[in-house]
Structure formats: C-alpha cells, structure tokens
Write a protein that binds this ligand. Structure first.
Ligand SMILES: [Fe+2]
Ligand SMILES: [Fe+2]
Length: 260
C-alpha cells in the first residue's frame, strides 16, 4: 500500500468500479427493499456525536478527493459553511450531518448501496447519470416498459418528495432526521436528501419530475454542494476544539440518542 503506483491503481479501480456496480444493481425493487429495511430506524440507538465519531473507521471508496476519514470531511464542510453563513446554525449543522448516513457501510451494507451519485428509479435513467452509456446494460429496469419511459410510474412535475430515489447515505440520513422529528428547516432536509443527486443539482436534469417546491430548494442544494466539494483539503481541522460548538448545535436540533 506504500507504493504510490499501487495506490493510484487501487483508487482508480474503486472510484470507477463502485459507481458501475451501483448502476448495474440499482432498480425499483432494490431501492424499495433498502427503504423497508432501514426507514423504520430500529437498528441502533445512539447520539449524533457517537455516529459521527464512528465514521472515522470509514474511507469512502467512491470519493477520489478524500483519503482521510469521513468525520474530518464533516467538520471541514461545516466550518466552510460557518465562514460563509455565520448566521445560519442549521446550515452549519447540515454540513456536519450530511454524510453520517455512510454509517450504513459500517453496519455491513455494500458500499455501492451507500455512496455514489443518486438518481430516481421508476422512470427512464437520464444521460446525465454517471456511466449511463456504459454500465446500465444489465440493469433490469432499463428494459422494463413500466420504468423506461420519461416519466415512468410518476406524473409530470409530481415533486421529488414523491419520487423513489436510488438508495444511499443521503436518503438514509434524511429518513433518520424525519423519523426523529429533528426540526431542521425544509432547505436543510433537502440538502441532506439530495446532495448526491448530481444529475439534478449540477446537470439540471429531471426537471420534468420537479414541482415548485423543488425549484425553490434547488439553489439551496447547489449552495450546499460547493462546501461539500471545495472544503476537502489535507489541512485537517482541529476536531477537539470544534466539538463543543457543534455539540451545542446538535443539542438544539437533534439532541440525545436518536433512532437509527
Ligand atoms: Fe455525501
Ligand atoms: Fe460530503
């Protein structure tokens, strides 16, 4: 692992292979079964800080930019938001929380079902999805006439809240926040739920499923995305000194032990 050539080959493999497996296996039935398994939040009872600390054991195989533990990325994102939006404590907290759903990978779920871009299932996979042209040939929904038309099972502009997304850490963390009735504003919940939905927030796709509320949320999700992307650096944050501040935000919005 010390050999830089080996490390580079390893990184290329996981960065390409994880999304390709994801696009092969992700379909309506798989996404529904993950939803059913996890959305009743009866797997663990722990605080936000406990789950965040647990992420130190995880290195996200799909992310080419980060080769240090995820809790650092959480603090870096939150601090970036804090500098730009000192008045919005909920936004800063979203920065800290947004990737905690990756804890699913520590609990045994395969990485392809946890990390990587997300996209709607139940309707035609759009060209803006990563590896759309090369990795969907074995995806069963791509050949299913119920699911491979533009709108599929959805009504035009039905709203993203009525759309089944490919399962991942975004959707899971959103489910945890709503299950535990954490009073984050709608914008914050949307950032958590759709931050990996690159076909939408970066490529402007899937507008045929969006309603007015989604149009209002989109600028917020984009605003969040810049901090998710550009605060990744090797300049690691001093987590110990930051913890008391973020604990106070956790106490305000998601106190005590949550159901996961
Ligand atoms: Fe993420
Ligand atoms: Fe992130």
């Amino acid at each position: 692992l010390q050999d830089p050539t080996y490390t580079r080959v390893y990184m290329v493999n996981v960065v390409v292979v994880v999304p390709k497996i994801l696009t092969k296996y992700t379909n309506v039935s798989v996404s529904l079964s993950f939803q059913l398994e996890w959305s009743n939040c009866n797997h663990a009872h722990m605080t936000v800080m406990e789950s965040l600390d647990a992420l130190d054991q995880l290195v996200d195989q799909s992310d080419p930019d980060v080769d240090f533990p995820n809790s650092y990325h959480a603090y870096q994102t939150a601090e970036g938001i804090r500098r730009a939006h000192p008045d919005k404590d909920w936004f800063q907290l979203v920065g800290l929380l947004h990737d905690i759903g990756k804890i699913l990978a520590l609990w045994g779920e395969p990485q392809w079902s946890v990390v990587g871009d997300t996209f709607p299932v139940g309707c035609k996979f759009q060209n803006s999805i990563v590896f759309r042209d090369s990795s969907f040939s074995e995806n069963v929904d791509d050949k299913d006439p119920r699911y491979n038309t533009l709108h599929g099972v959805y009504k035009p502009n039905c709203g993203l809240e009525n759309v089944l997304m490919s399962w991942g850490h975004d959707e899971y963390m959103y489910q945890v926040m709503t299950f535990n009735k954490c009073p984050l504003p709608e914008e914050g919940l949307c950032m958590i739920r759709f931050h990996s939905f690159y076909p939408w927030h970066t490529h402007g796709d899937y507008m045929h499923l969006c309603n007015e509320k989604d149009q209002k949320m989109l600028p917020w999700v984009k605003e969040f995305n810049q901090f998710d992307l550009y605060t990744k650096s090797t300049d690691l944050p001093d987590v110990k000194s930051l913890k008391p501040y973020y604990q106070s935000l956790i106490n305000k919005y998601c106190p005590g032990k949550l159901h996961w």
